[in-house]
Design a protein around this ligand. Structure first.
Ligand code: MTE
Length: 302
């Protein structure tokens, strides 16, 4: 997948970003109350050093194949998507199945800021200041039944507005899935904003998953359906190429993609002088999530 270089800094970015960085010191990185007792001390210390990418980096260099396969296509094409009203169907093994209005969901959720590393399987990375709520809180609204073991997610299909869906780049709808314990983990959020603004269409408006210790393709955008199930759900990139993309897709510098190493990553931003850095196990969230995979061979469950 090819990408283009571009100069990412503009004067417009300076003020909001500077204001944001000040606030960040107060928020001390992962501000989620739910993280207390989960090694959040270490995570905060680590995250205090994270400098978020610019608004422009985050909103103009995207993967959202429903709007085309080029990195600039989503920013150019996603304005056609209408996101109001927006309904999310929650079904399967839940006590309260139904069509949930996005505005109603928002009125019941606590939105927090979370500054997370974001690592694409294509070996580029950013740091993104998301706003969102914990997926566990949304699942609590639906009432997860005891037989449920996985959560399946689905993106909207609307080729009139999502022009990439007129081509079969992937088998639409885009689908993803998590094991229930991964979905319930306090680091797993539904992002609804970036830098304190509503999340732009190209980043997955009005609501997209963010699982910071997994490759970016797990973080499915513009979600219209969430299904609780006892079967491991199919996932889009696994369907497209099972040898290259597994169900787990945890960031792991020691397990290469069949066509490239995952040991390092290009940091988006900085134009021609973009630097590379070493990729961290579980994208830097090892302390928080390694226990989820105890006893599993991570080369086998990639
Ligand atoms: N979700 C949908 N519905 N369609 C997509 O093409 N691309 C994935 C993921 N979620 C994708 C998606 C990939 S490959 C990545 S790296 C991230 O979104 C990119 O998120 P970003 O554009 O907000 O950085």
């Amino acid at each position: 997948m090819a990408y283009r270089w571009k100069n990412t800094l503009t004067a417009q970015d300076v003020t909001p970003q500077a204001a944001y960085l000040n606030r960040r010191h107060i928020m001390a990185g992962l501000a989620g109350a739910g993280l207390a007792g989960l090694g959040a001390g270490a995570a905060s210390a680590q995250d205090a050093a994270l400098e978020p990418n610019s608004w422009e980096d985050i909103t103009q260099y995207n993967n959202f194949y429903e709007f085309g396969t080029g990195k600039g296509d989503p920013a150019r094409e996603a304005h056609r998507l209408t996101t109001k009203p927006w309904t999310v169907k929650i079904d399967g093994m839940v006590d309260n199945p139904g069509d949930y209005d996005f505005a109603d969901i928002m009125s019941q959720m606590t939105v927090e800021e979370r500054i997370y590393r974001f690592r694409c399987v294509e070996a580029w990375s950013m740091v993104i200041p998301w706003n969102g709520f914990e997926l566990a809180d949304l699942l609590a609204l639906a009432g997860v039944q005891s037989e449920a073991k996985y959560v399946a997610f689905e993106t909207l299909v609307r080729p009139e507005e999502m022009i990439g869906q007129r081509f079969r780049a992937l088998d639409w709808p885009y689908v993803e899935g998590l094991r229930l314990d991964e979905a319930m983990h306090p680091l797993t959020i539904m992002a609804t904003g970036i830098y304190g603004k509503d999340i732009p269409n190209q980043n997955g408006a009005p609501m997209r998953l963010v699982v910071p210790w997994k490759y970016g393709f797990k973080s499915i955008k513009s979600i219209v359906r969430i299904t609780l199930t006892d079967q491991e759900p199919p996932t889009s990139w696994n369907k497209a190429n099972a040898r290259e993309y597994g169900f787990y897709s945890n960031v792991n510098p020691n397990v290469s993609h069949p066509r490239w190493s995952q040991a390092s990553e290009r940091v988006v931003g900085g134009g021609l002088f973009a630097r590379r850095q070493e990729t961290l196990m579980f994208n830097g969230y090892e302390e928080e999530v390694a226990s989820l995979y105890e006893g599993m061979n991570l080369a086998e469950f990639y």
